[in-house]
Design a protein around this ligand. Structure first.
Ligand SMILES: [Zn+2]
Ligand SMILES: [Zn+2]
Length: 333
């Protein structure tokens, strides 16, 4: 599996998710939400290389730990700084950027792009450290499909859900991998070499390749040597109402997803509360995982209204519907 994830924070406390997508040549690092105290679990080397911060929404339990993130990367200019969230994210983050004393900033560099994601558009604003984050520069608004980012080795898509306020559900999908069956090379009388790269590069549009001075058709070589393996995938779902319409919609979007990381805020017996607060129950979460036929389900964002004993019962409730459900291995429940 080349997408790995780590649930941050403790059971009943704020949670977040750290995701690494490892292609073998490069690692993409993604942070989903920033609850209080969550980032102490992430090595600073990783925080410094985080490619994107994706916020589901900006309730306190998902943004309280933002300062811990920002203090490590506020002046980062080694890579672009991107934050994504629902409409209203930029206005709140502008306050967060300005919530410090800045007086040595004039010679510092650090550019931040904050993206407000609606059903059909992405509006981007830019903020500069050398300006002490005073100005909000409009970088434009573009219409969007679901995919927000193509990071080279994976895409990240967002779906707007209903939490009484918009909350974004995210799906990370690794691109399909192209594999060359090297065991067949000898059969075809071919030597391995740099030409194998050209076989993988479908975008190049070349029709033939020279191997030891002989021209070969790329299409023929692909037919006999190349196979595609579907990429890994992961969904991060928290803080929204999972009614029948949302379940049907997401079951389609997530069909066959490798890992579904999802809140389990309320137990089945508290369905009324879950509706009132636009959250999920153990039953609705299990049902979505079952309908989407995901590889595994990892639960987070448990309510403190329950005891650890009840959390154990809640896992059993989910597993009754979807057996491949668990808490993080590190959670001693
Ligand atoms: Zn929450
Ligand atoms: Zn919330």
């Amino acid at each position: 599996m080349s997408i790995t994830c780590e649930i941050l924070g403790a059971p009943g406390r704020d949670n977040a998710l750290y995701v690494r997508v490892d292609s073998g040549q490069a690692v993409t690092r993604l942070l989903f939400d920033c609850g209080e105290g969550c980032l102490s679990m992430v090595p600073i080397a990783d925080l410094l290389q985080t490619d994107h911060l994706f916020l589901s929404h900006l309730h306190m339990d998902h943004i309280s730990g933002f300062d811990s993130f920002f203090r490590h990367v506020f002046n980062r200019d080694s890579r672009p700084n991107h934050i994504w969230g629902p409409v209203g994210t930029t206005a709140i983050l502008h306050h967060r950027f300005q919530g410090f004393l800045w007086n040595l900033h004039a010679d510092m560099t650090g550019t931040w792009y904050v993206h407000d994601v609606s059903e059909s558009t992405v509006s981007t604003s830019r903020f500069e450290l050398h300006d002490a984050f005073t100005s909000r520069s409009d970088e434009g608004c573009c219409s969007r499909e679901h995919v927000l980012v193509d990071q080279g080795q994976c895409t990240i898509a967002a779906h707007v859900m209903n939490h009484g306020t918009p909350s974004l559900a995210y799906v990370v999908r690794e691109h399909a991998r192209t594999n060359i069956d090297t065991s067949r090379l000898a059969e075809l009388g071919l030597q391995p070499g740099p030409w194998m790269k050209q076989l993988k590069d479908t975008a190049a549009g070349t029709s033939s390749v020279m191997i030891n001075g002989v021209s070969h058709s790329i299409a023929t070589l692909r037919d006999s040597l190349v196979s595609e393996t579907p990429g890994d995938s992961l969904a991060y779902l928290t803080d929204f109402l999972l009614d029948e319409a949302a379940t049907t919609y997401l079951a389609d979007v997530l069909q066959g997803c490798g890992t579904m990381v999802c809140e389990a805020q309320y137990r089945n017996s508290d369905r009324e509360l879950s509706l009132k607060n636009f959250h999920m129950t153990t039953g609705t979460v299990g049902e979505l995982a079952r309908q989407a036929d995901v590889g595994r389900l990892l639960l987070l964002h448990l309510s403190q209204r329950y005891s650890p004993h009840e959390w154990r019962e809640m896992l059993t409730e989910v597993q009754a519907v979807f057996p491949r459900a668990s808490y993080a291995e590190t959670w001693q429940i």
